[in-house]
Every structure is written in structure tokens, then in C-alpha cells.
Design a protein around this ligand. Structure first.
Ligand code: ZN
Length: 214
């Protein structure tokens, strides 16, 4: 569950003299600001609203936004919404930007690593593949399966094809991480021979979803 919404914060401002209170006739008010911000899990992401206000020090009557005498609004806003008060309201935005940049970096890193795996295959590399893009008779309901490298001899790669297939990629990746895919009877008995350029062609056709190496 993601918790998000807007919250408000009241920021104390300077004393304002010379405004007569409509209720009690006193002359001293305290300025304040109301800063509303959008939050995700209570971490401020960006400010949504900034309002200036004044409160009578005697009777506590408050005037907010348009009720505040026009000549005071800019002055109050400058004081209460200073950079150091408003900047932390963007914390979440910075966190989100960092997460996106980190994710993009990881994706790029995985791509680079898989390209390296593809050009120099090793025994026990696991290819999560889309069978429907390799075999004409593959079932489209369970398209994902595993092809495992058993040995490499120069450019020739000997591989085993799983007899099991999955409706989602995660099914195949869990079979690898749980070592289910290590069992000999997980695969069809006959090995297949492919060259590195065959593998690169399969990758280019989108038949290879990802490559895992332990
Ligand atoms: Zn008053």
C-alpha cells in the first residue's frame, strides 16, 4: 500500500504592527505561513500551496490569504517561505529522481553484462527464453522456459531445453534461483548445438528474455 496525499505545516512569522484587529481593536498581530505539500509515506515530495496569514495577538482572530491586507502579503511570504523552509519539501522528489537514476543505471548494467555473457557463454549459464519465438509448436499460454548451457567448445554451445514452461518470466527465474532448474530431469534429454552467432540472433529476435550466471 502506498500512502500519499497532502499535508500542511504552519510556519511562524514575524510580529506585524499597525494593522487594527476588526474584532478587538488591538494593533499587534503575528504573521504565519501555511505550507501545504504532497507527500508519499509522509516524505514531502513538492509544495502544493503557500498561504500567508496573520493572527491577532490579543483575541486570536486570524486572517488568511486574501483577507490579509495586500501590502503585507509579499513581506510575510518572503519571511515565512524562505528557501531553507521550502527546500526540504522537495526531499521526496530528490529521492524519487535518485531511485529512477539508480534503476536506469542497474538496467544498463544488466544489459551490458548480458551482452558479455552472450559473446562468451559458459557452462551453467541459464537463458530465460520465449519458446513461442523459437518453436512453432510452443504454447502461447506458457511461453517462458529455460535453456541451459552444458558445455562450450570454441564457438559451439551445447544446451539443454527445459521440459517445463511458465506463463510469466518470474516462474522461470524462480526455477533458477530455487535450483529446480539444476535437476537433470528438468530438461529434455537431447542436447542441442548452437553457435554464439545463433544465440546473438535469438537475442536480436527477442527470443532471449534474460541471461543468468551464478
Ligand atoms: Zn483581536
Amino acid at each position: 500500500m502506498i500512502v500519499f496525499g497532502t499535508r500542511g505545516r504552519v510556519i511562524a512569522g514575524p510580529q506585524i504592527d499597525g494593522v487594527v484587529c476588526d474584532s478587538c481593536g488591538e494593533h499587534t498581530h503575528t504573521a504565519f505561513g501555511v505550507l501545504r505539500y504532497f507527500h508519499i509515506f509522509w516524505i514531502p515530495v513538492f509544495p502544493t500551496q503557500k498561504q500567508a496569514g496573520i493572527e491577532c495577538q490579543h483575541c486570536k482572530r486570524t486572517l488568511v490569504d486574501k483577507e490579509v491586507p495586500t501590502h503585507l502579503i509579499a513581506k510575510i511570504r518572503d519571511r515565512v517561505f524562505a528557501k531553507k523552509t521550502v527546500a526540504p519539501m522537495f526531499t521526496g522528489l530528490i529521492v524519487i529522481a535518485a531511485l529512477i537514476a539508480g534503476g536506469a543505471y542497474m538496467a544498463e548494467e544488466t544489459k551490458r553484462q548480458e551482452a558479455a555473457y552472450l559473446t562468451s557463454p559458459m557452462a551453467n549459464d541459464y537463458y530465460i527464453v520465449n519458446f513461442t519465438k523459437i518453436f512453432d509448436d510452443a504454447t502461447s499460454e506458457y511461453p517462458y522456459g529455460i535453456i541451459k548451457v552444458t558445455s562450450v567448445n570454441g564457438d559451439q554451445v551445447e544446451m539443454l531445453i527445459s521440459q517445463y514452461s511458465y506463463n510469466i518470466v518470474r516462474g522461470a527465474s524462480e526455477a533458477i534461483s530455487s535450483r529446480e532448474a539444476d535437476k537433470p530431469d528438468y530438461y529434455v534429454a537431447e542436447a542441442v548445438q548452437l553457435s554464439v552467432s545463433d544465440l546473438e540472433a535469438l537475442k536480436a529476435e527477442g527470443a532471449i528474455h534474460s541471461i543468468k550466471r551464478r
